[in-house]
Ligand binder design. Sequence first.
Ligand code: C2E
Ligand code: MG
Ligand code: MG
Length: 656
Amino acid sequence: MSANLRERLAPDSQQSAEVRDSLVKSLYASPASLMIGAIAGGALSFVVAYHAQRPPITLIACLITIVAISRSVSAVYFQRQLAHQHGPTRAIWGMAYELGAWSYAALLGTLAFATLLLTGDASLHILSVCLVAAYSGGISGRNAGRVEVAIGQTCFALLPTSLGLVLAGGLGYYVLSAMLFLMIFAMAEITRTTHRIVVEALQGKYEKSQLATKFERLARFDSLTGVENRMAMQMRLREMFDNRTSDKDPMSVFWMDLDRFKEINDSLGHIIGDQLLCAVADRLARALDHRGHIARFGGDEFILICPGANQDIAQQIADDVMVEFGHDFDVSGYHLTITASMGIAVAPQDGHGSEELLQHADMALYKAKNAGRNRYAFFDWKMKERQNRTYDLEVGLRTALANGELLLHYQPIFDTATGQIAICEALMRWDHPVMGRISPAEFIPIAESCSLIEPITAWALERACQDAMAWDDHVRVAVNISPALIKSDGLPRAVISALMRSGLKARRLELEVTESIFLEDSGRTSLILLELQRIGLRLALDDFGTGYSSLGYLRDYSFDTLKVDQSFMRSVKEGSRDRAIAQSVAYLAHSLDVETVAEGIETEEQLQSARDMGFTNVQGFVLSRPIPAEDLLDMMRVMARDKSNVVTLMQDQRRA
Ligand code: C2E
Ligand code: MG
Ligand code: MG
């Protein structure tokens, strides 16, 4: 065979295994046609043998019948096998068919050859040649699935017949021989064309199914890490939750979030970030060890779903995950230390539905993050109550200002040298129509988180400035300013507006800020602080000692007042560490010509200590609690009338 022909006959190596498999199956596709062919071949060859009365022809007819029967039987057997077994067919079936087909064709060709040479009966000649010609014609369509089989069959059947016709001699026989010889090429062409059409159809079907599988994968799996995506996770969670055999069956959901992943992503780039996420998915799979399913919720958040895991098992899994994060991640030559926080909710006690369970795991994650990260927390229903309360407060806060539910109380701060009121700190109060009085420690953070702090502070500034207009000119008013607000342009505007509308001198307004304003300072904070001081405002550093207490702040920013946190005043006994610190701060402030306030003075002993330590001002319940503006005015009036100071005031209070 020439290389060209071999190439043309060889099965297409590009053809996918699936397509080739389908083609082999097509050979056995209709056992009925095989059987009809077998019966026809067997019957006609016996008719020829019977009339010819030649032993070789009888032998060939017997062989044809044996091969025909065995091919029919094997076709039926193959069909049965196919019904019970899925997946690719074994190569042996293709070979078996090939062998059977070729030997059957060769036997038919030999029968015609022998009939033409061993008998002189023209009708037998025509019968045997017709048998071969009809067979070859049928083959090109039936076996187009395997070109080499079909062409082989036509050759094996037609070549001996054609040769037999030439050897038998006679014009008609020569012409017929030539026709049969040409028929080989015609049939080959038809087979190849049919084959191409069949293969294209199969290939198209195969590609379609491949595409469908690919799309299904894309829809279900996270393309980066290969774990399930959010949508698939939600479906799986719902399915697993609903398919529990009993409502009491446990099941745990973990919501995991990487701590400070953004920093790594921002500093080392997204490629490293992506590789880290893949490594995290691998570690999670290792920690989980087939006890559940992993999904990426998006960003650096992963969800673990562990069917059958009660609280104890969930804790064990969480510990295993934490252990995995105990080792550095090696990503593109970087040794990255990264920790994770996890929130865990366990069914049935933590949720009545899959959505609720997930939501509660998220709530628990929030707790783990707030508690300092690198830890896990289990959901508990108190969290839910707190969240509901926060939500109610948030809703209430939106209308509190308009409804006049917010008010300011003032706590006087006394000058230790004169005993007179030097400053009054404005402390906000919220009288909720249903929940009663709410502490600013609770509602201010909510106001900060829902962008209400700006209008609330603007209102406080205006109210405080107006109230201060009724006081002695030397008494200042202090207003607390949230760290979130210090960066906003709205603050200077609100301050100026409050001063203009009330007519209060700028030097009488003091803004209290905490050290947290310096966190993530982009330079904007200092600009705004400077601008405010340029207007003439005073700045106080509140709760000093609780944050970073960096001396750098004292060097870089010229605060007018330093308020030392009440926690230092708790144990200011002679020789205590707190006292040593408080005293040093008071001394330092004195050297910097900065006023000091000792906050949270609750006892006379603490008051005495604050004085001894050199604090210029004192503030605390022992002197006065925060009081309404009218009560403060009364106090001021009494002090002015009686020419009393804080010491006499306290004596009066004690007597009362
Ligand atoms: P702060 O600015 O440090 O205010 C002092 C807090 O300590 C006040 O609590 C005050 O009542 C309390 N206090 C005063 N003397 C004593 C004492 O002797 N013992 C004890 N145990 N506590 C004392 P309050 O009024 O509950 O305010 C809490 C915090 O809420 C304030 O701490 C301040 O950070 C914030 N806050 C209050 N009003 C406002 C406001 O209008 N705006 C902003 N942004 N924050 C405010
Ligand atoms: Mg304050
Ligand atoms: Mg304070």
